[in-house]
Design a protein around this ligand. Structure first.
Ligand code: 5IU
Length: 273
């Protein structure tokens, strides 16, 4: 994997324009933090995005948990993304047949393709889900194609996750088949060397790894979530650490965001030394 290289070096050579942008943002802001803003009103979401914006590279949303979603949610989020130079990742976890995910991604009530730079999917339905989402994002009449990318959920952090072994290996194979659309994975480690894959890696392969389940003060929750620290996640290959409650539910969310930023950046510097 290319995880020993700096974000700057990877930004210069990465074949995917959105991956380049991600690495540029990380380098410019000295942050590999993605905040999982799992709040339930537009005001809370925009307030968090504005206060934490300076310290994060990406905001991860679950747009369907907002009780008052409207076009103002999106215009507000987009304005803050420009103001603070962060990218938007909608954690929609698409998991259906191709024909259905195209409609869930593009149009509908949430119009995800219009505003989310990054989306993710599970490959339970097979490789066709990746093909379907790529086709929508890269349609000739869709203006945002170069700024759209997919992360495949190759592993999960919850206890007893079934996304292991052959399932994880298939995720890597599918990613290799769509290099212009798949940025990499949501996983707990780098997967370029994962066992059981059948598609050979290319010379320039450089998957971006997002790792959820990062928390500095807790080992897990009562519903099976399992946490690791920023150091541990980045040591295992995370390029971006995702923290939710560790940041937004802390007594001072801004303070917490700075702390995750500092620790995430220090762990990254140690890795690329
Ligand atoms: N999330 C996980 N684990 C996973 C995947 C996604 O926790 O394997 I894929 C999401 C769920 C939640 C956020 O939105 O990441 C983690 O929030 P906390 O840091 O509050 O546990």
């Amino acid at each position: 994997s290319k995880s020993h290289l700096t974000y700057g070096a990877r930004a210069r050579t990465h074949p995917n324009p959105l991956a380049r942008r991600l690495f540029e943002v990380a380098e410019a802001k000295q942050s590999n933090v993605t905040v999982s803003a799992d709040v339930t009103t537009t005001q809370e979401l925009l307030d968090l995005a504005d206060r934490l914006g300076p310290y994060i590279a990406v905001i991860k949303t679950h747009i369907d948990i907002l009780s008052d979603f409207s076009s103002e949610t999106i215009t507000g989020l987009q304005a803050l993304a420009s103001k603070h130079n962060f990218l938007i990742f909608e954690d929609r976890k698409f998991i259906d047949i191709g024909n259905t995910v195209q409609k869930q991604y593009h149009g509908g009530a949430l119009r995800i393709s219009e505003w989310a730079h990054i989306i993710n999917c599970a490959v339970l339905p097979g490789e066709g889900i990746v093909q379907a989402l790529a086709q929508t994002a890269q349609a000739p009449d869709f203006p945002h194609g170069p700024e759209r990318g997919l992360l495949i959920l190759a592993e999960m952090t919850s206890k007893g996750s079934l996304a292991t072994g052959a399932y994880t290996a298939a995720s890597v194979d599918y990613a290799r088949n769509y290099p212009s659309f798949v940025l990499g994975f949501v996983s707990t480690r780098s997967l370029g060397e994962a066992e059981g894959t059948t598609v050979a890696p290319s010379e320039e392969e450089d998957f971006v790894v997002f790792t959820t389940g990062v928390n500095l003060s807790s080992k897990g929750d009562k519903l099976g979530q399992q946490y690791q620290t920023p150091q541990s996640a980045i040591g295992r290959g995370a390029d971006f650490i995702i923290a939710g409650r560790g940041i937004y539910a802390a007594p001072d969310a801004v303070d917490a965001a700075r702390q995750y930023q500092q620790q995430g950046w220090a762990a990254y510097l140690a890795r690329v030394q």
